[in-house]
Design a protein. Structure first.
Length: 83
């Protein structure tokens, strides 16, 4: 939160936050969190496109040839909508 900018526009919240002992909380939040979020979510991100969906179908057909020509729902897979 940009307290300096808020105070410049006649909205000084720092005294209220100091009274409620919340300045420590806001200073904790004042770190470059975007980089940490990207690092956290990037490791867990998955891309599921039409090529992966097709490979998944081919793998199931390879394991069970009776599934050849069936839809994804009939194979027990989720419907592929888009990447």
């Amino acid at each position: 939160m940009d307290f300096v900018s808020l105070a410049r526009h006649d909205c000084d919240l720092s005294s209220y936050l100091r009274y409620q002992d919340l300045l420590g909380y806001f200073s904790m939040l004042d770190v470059p969190s975007y980089e940490n979020l990207v690092k956290y979510f990037w490791v867990r991100a998955e891309t599921y496109d039409k090529y992966v969906a097709k490979a998944e179908e081919d793998h199931l057909v390879l394991l069970n040839p009776d599934l050849k020509g069936k839809s994804r729902a009939e194979m027990g897979l989720k419907k592929f909508r888009r990447t």
